[in-house]
Structures are given as structure tokens and as C-alpha cells.
Design a protein. Structure first.
Lengths: 311, 299
């Protein structure tokens, strides 16, 4: 990992750090808030992407270096920003729980909305792309192995159940069939929602997508099906390709917005009228309907998954 | 803070740099020090981007200190250079000491015909914090070793290996005394440079990303332009043969005067704007925009 850190810091330090210091910094980045990794990812992602570094992280680095009797204790802001990226990278790569690993990466990717329109100001494209490999869609496509072909035999068996004890007669294979039916039902609900005329008649495409997506994710009783989210969003957009400044989109959806529980998401925080560091630039950026829908969808999904994990 | 700026700029009254007080707040209290002599200290300098390092190389009397004094003086006198305003330095004492006699010189006081030069072993790292209203802050570091130090590097093979700053420089400017290049001292100039360059090469101090430039100083003292042209070409070829790299640019300047000296000002602008070029390492707009990548895949 020292080598990786040296690569990340290349272009940030005037004279490359020696191995001893790199080893110390790897340990520091690894140990920072190791009991609350979601908070760590949120804090470090924003530090790196906005360049406005977290004081907590900065102090932690300085104090630990001081405790280690390091010659260098206070590091420049640009170095702290890159250490923040390294902390995210390390946390994602070293997480043994598959779901958490993908949630950390998705949180980071959600926060990347703050870099919209200024992507080339960020360093370390290769490292960022390595984190991108762990987006939640990759987890879902790998783990959602429930079949999608409807089994008809199980339907007739269940339909004939008459007493409360009949379910005990189901064998393992039939339970698998039931899981398939449950998934099919979940997909059916999504399709029905997407056909809801009341929602489809909303003329403002951003308000329409917002309404459909929030109701869609709210309706998920099981979060880990590999829903075709992009198709849902494209369908909700109904061919609309309009771009709109984010500040105006937020005004449009303001009458509908409700307080969404969010600890980490940029867009949801802005919808909730919470402060987000360095968001002025983003508020002036234009998003098209589908982009807006995708950012919103994955923020909502990530929040729900984190909430379920913490329950 | 403002009173400090006025104090500094008061010698040659100039507009206070157009940096908002809030932007300078973090750096209050840095107007304190002598030049630095420990290369590693550069890593401790507070900056929002990588310090941009320019190393001035040359032997005694070639004009390195005159050059850095003129750079400092210009930054103080002008509101900005290429839009960048000078607002702070950790090494103000070092800069002031180098510039003191220069100022007298500019005011035609004859007691100081030359800028006092840097002496052997003297701290040599000078810092310039600059701010641009649109592009933000940058930190320019100039290494102004004494000519004796380079004579030492030329004479003792392994000594230059300790100079980690040269290896990590973004720009190395080799200063040449144009007057000497055209007179009988030419041989000693070229021999000394040959030795220095070989030692630098043997110690692996030439890195491809570093900008290498030749600065022909004291151009106003050249009487025979034809001879200068020939010797200049010979010297460039000589340099390139030894280091096996191309010298990027050459400049002909007089570093000790700011009067009607647009070439010098252009070089200062180049130092501020183009010491670190944008690299191909910077992300392509599309590669990090994962949402649009997702949409395109769906299409």
C-alpha cells in the first residue's frame, strides 16, 4: 500500500516522502474512524472531491504524526486531500464484507456529483476508477441469483392451500419457486408504478422523475434485487432531454420534497436544505432529467441499504 | 496583515495585491524568515497545490541572485504578474537581504553597483505565495544556491547527489555569463559546466519531466553579436551532448535591471505560468462521469 500511496501523492509533494513516512501515513489512513467507516467515507470523499479538507481528519493526521515523533507533522491541504482519497481507497479495498465494500464505493461515487463540470481538476483518475469497480450495481448483478422465470406449478399448490399448516408441506425446491414469485411480484409493482397515470401526467420532467423515483425506492420491500434502475429512469423521463440548473431543479421539486433521512448523500442533503461544503458550483451546473434521476436513485438506494445494515 | 504589506511595499509604493483578506487569513504570520537551507522543509510548506520548484544553476557572478531579486522586486512593484498577486513568503528576510542593494542600485545610488551575491553555505530556498482571482493560489519556490556551491558540485563528484531538490525540480535554469562566453574566460566557463553536468548526469539528476533552460545573462555586455551567436550554439550543443536531453528554451536577458526589460518580465511570467505544465495524467472529462457512462451503456 505504501507504493500506492506514493503514486497518489505524486504531483502533490515537492519532494517524495520516504518509506518510513509513507508507512506511517498508511497506518494513519487505515486507523482513522475505523469504528465508523460510513462516516469516514463520507468525510474523506468530500475532503478529496471539494479540496476543503476535513478538520477532524487533518487534526488526526497531525496529532498521530506528532505522537510518532515524525519530523513532519503539519501536512499541506493538497496532501491531506489526497490522503483522504487514499483513506477511501484503502477502506473500500480492504473491506471483507462484500455489501459494505460496494456501499462505501457507491457513497464515494454519489459524492462525485460535486465534481460535475470540473472533473479534470481531480487527480488520480486511475485510483478513482479502481473504486468505481465496486459500484452497488456490480454487487447486485453478482448476488441477485433469484431466477426470473415464473414457475407455474407452485402457484396451483399455494392456491389450493386451505389450512394454516399447509405451508409446512413446501419442500426446498418449492420455496425457491416462491422466491422467484416474490421477485416477479416486486418487478410487477415497479412496472405498475411506472404506468401510474397520475405520476406520468406530471408535466415537469424533473418533478415527474423525482416523484416516481422516490416512490419506487420507498416501495422496495427487498433492496437487493438487481432492478433495472436505468430503464426505470429512462422510462420516467419519457424521452425528455432537457437540461436544467440544479438550483432550479431543487426549486421545482421543493413543494414535493420531504425530509429524507440522509447521512451521506449530496443531492438528498441539498433537497433537505442542509449545508453541503462547496456546493455552489454544483448548484449552477445543468443536469438532464436522466442524470438527475440516476444520482437521486443511487443516493436513495444507498441510504436505505445503510439504514437496513445499521438496524 | 495589510499593514505588513504596506510596510513591505512602502519602499517602492505599489498597489496592495488584489487578494481578499479572507483568502489570506490562513497565512497570517508567515512574513518572518530567512531563506531555508533544508530541502525537506519544502514538504512542510502550507500550500493548496504542489510547490513549483525552479532551481537556478550557475557559478559565481553569473547573475542568479540578481535574477531572483528582480523577480521579487517586480512582484512587489507590480500589482500582479500574469494575474498572480504576491501575498506572502516564508523567506521574506532572505528576499529582502538579497534585494536591499538592488533597490539602492535602481535608485542610482552608486555605493552598490551589483546585487550582493549569495555566499557559500548561505540558505538558498526562497518562497513566493501567489494568488490568482480565478485560478487560486500557487507556491513558487526558487533555489538560489551560491556560485561556490556549484563550483563545489563541479569539483567533487558525489557531492551533488545530496541535492535532492535538483532531482525533484520542475525547472532548472542554467545561468551563463554572456560576457564571459565571448571573452577569454569562455574556456573556464565551459570546462566548469562540463564537469558539473557530468556529475549531475552520473548522479541521475536529470529527469525527463524537468524543464531544462539556458539563461544567457548580461546580454547587454556582449559587444560582438556574431561571436555570441556562435558560442551560444556551441554551448547548447555541448550541454545536450553531455546530458543527452534537449534544452527546452534559451533566454537572453539582463537580470540586474528592470528598466525597459520586457524580456525579463516575460521570463518571470513563464516561471509563474508554465513551470508545471498540465499533464496527460489529468482525467478526461468523461472517464469519471460514471452516471453518463451508465446512460451511454444503456443506449
Amino acid at each position: 500500500m505504501e507504493r500506492k500511496l506514493a503514486i497518489i501523492l505524486d504531483g502533490a509533494v515537492a519532494i517524495p516522502y520516504d518509506n518510513e513516512l509513507l508507512t506511517q501515513l498508511v497506518t494513519i489512513c487505515r486507523s482513522y474512524k475505523e469504528n465508523d467507516l460510513f462516516v469516514k467515507i463520507d468525510e474523506c470523499s468530500l475532503s478529496f472531491i471539494t479540496g476543503i479538507v476535513s478538520e477532524d481528519f487533518s487534526d488526526y493526521v497531525a496529532n498521530t504524526l506528532k505522537d510518532n515523533d515524525s519530523e513532519l507533522t503539519t501536512l499541506p491541504t493538497n496532501v491531506i486531500a489526497r490522503l483522504s482519497l487514499f483513506s477511501v481507497y484503502l477502506t473500500v479495498l480492504e473491506e471483507s464484507d462484500d455489501l459494505k465494500q460496494h456501499l462505501y464505493a457507491t457513497m464515494f461515487m454519489n459524492a462525485m456529483i460535486l465534481a460535475k463540470g470540473r472533473w479534470n481538476e481531480l487527480s488520480n483518475e486511475v485510483v478513482i476508477r479502481e473504486i468505481y469497480k465496486f459500484h452497488i450495481t456490480n454487487y447486485l448483478s453478482e448476488h441477485d441469483t433469484t431466477g426470473e422465470v415464473l414457475s407455474t406449478s407452485i402457484i396451483s399448490i399455494i392456491a389450493k392451500f386451505r389450512t394454516g399448516n399447509d405451508e409446512n408441506k413446501l419442500n426446498k425446491l418449492q420455496i425457491k419457486d416462491l422466491q422467484t414469485i416474490a421477485k416477479d411480484a416486486a418487478y410487477y409493482r415497479c412496472d405498475e408504478l411506472l404506468k401510474n397515470q397520475e405520476l406520468l401526467n406530471i408535466s415537469n420532467p424533473f418533478v415527474r422523475v423525482y416523484s416516481i423515483i422516490t416512490r419506487l425506492v420507498d416501495s422496495y420491500q427487498y433492496l437487493y434485487y438487481n432492478y433495472d434502475a436505468e430503464a426505470y429512469i429512462i422510462q420516467s423521463a419519457n424521452g425528455e432531454k432537457k437540461n436544467k440548473m440544479l438550483s432550479n431543479i431543487l426549486k421545482d421539486i421543493e413543494p414535493l420534497s420531504r425530509d429524507i433521512n440522509t447521512g451521506t448523500s449530496v443531492l438528498l442533503r441539498l433537497i433537505n436544505k442542509e449545508q453541503v461544503k462547496n456546493s455552489d458550483f454544483l448548484l449552477q451546473r445543468k443536469l438532464n432529467v436522466i442524470e438527475f434521476g440516476i444520482y437521486l436513485y443511487y443516493e436513495l438506494l444507498t441510504e436505505q441499504m445503510i439504514e437496513k445494515l445499521e438496524e | 496583515m495589510d499593514d505588513k504589506i504596506e510596510l513591505i511595499t512602502g519602499v517602492n509604493p505599489a498597489e496592495v495585491p488584489a487578494v481578499k483578506p479572507a483568502e489570506r487569513a490562513d497565512n497570517i504570520g508567515q512574513f518572518i524568515g530567512e531563506a531555508m537551507s533544508d530541502d525537506q522543509k519544502i514538504n512542510a510548506l502550507m500550500s493548496s497545490s504542489k510547490p513549483e520548484i525552479t532551481v537556478l544553476v550557475g557559478f559565481v557572478g553569473y547573475g542568479k541572485t540578481s535574477f531572483v531579486s528582480s523577480f521579487y522586486q517586480t512582484l512587489l512593484q507590480k500589482e500582479d504578474i500574469a494575474g498572480y498577486a504576491f501575498y506572502d513568503s516564508e523567506t521574506l528576510v532572505g528576499l529582502e537581504r538579497r534585494s536591499f542593494l538592488r533597490r539602492l542600485n535602481d535608485r542610482n545610488i552608486e555605493i552598490a553597483p551589483e546585487t550582493k551575491r549569495t555566499v557559500l553555505g548561505e540558505p538558498y530556498l526562497l518562497t513566493f505565495h501567489l494568488s490568482h482571482p480565478q485560478y487560486g493560489d500557487k507556491l513558487v519556490v526558487i533555489s538560489d544556491h551560491s556560485g561556490e556551491d556549484y563550483a563545489d558540485y563541479a569539483a567533487k563528484k558525489g557531492k551533488i547527489a545530496d541535492d535532492i531538490l535538483i532531482k525533484n525540480a520542475d525547472r532548472i535554469m542554467f545561468f551563463v555569463d554572456s560576457e564571459k562566453l565571448c571573452n577569454e574566460q569562455r574556456l573556464s566557463l565551459t570546462t566548469q559546466y562540463q564537469q558539473l553536468l557530468r556529475n549531475m548526469k552520473e548522479n541521475g539528476l536529470f529527469v525527463r519531466k524537468t524543464k531544462l533552460q539556458l539563461v544567457f545573462n548580461k546580454i547587454d555586455k556582449v559587444n560582438d553579436e556574431n561571436k555570441f551567436g556562435k558560442e551560444k550554439e556551441k554551448l547548447i550543443t555541448n550541454f545536450e551532448d553531455i546530458i543527452n536531453l534537449k534544452i527546452g528554451q534559451t533566454f537572453e536577458i539582463r537580470a540586474n535591471s528592470l528598466k525597459n526589460n520586457n524580456k525579463l518580465i516575460s521570463l518571470f511570467e513563464d516561471i509563474i505560468l508554465h513551470t508545471v505544465e498540465e499533464t496527460s495524467n489529468q482525467p478526461q472529462a468523461s472517464s469519471l462521469d460514471w452516471v453518463n457512462e451508465m446512460i451511454n451503456k444503456k443506449k
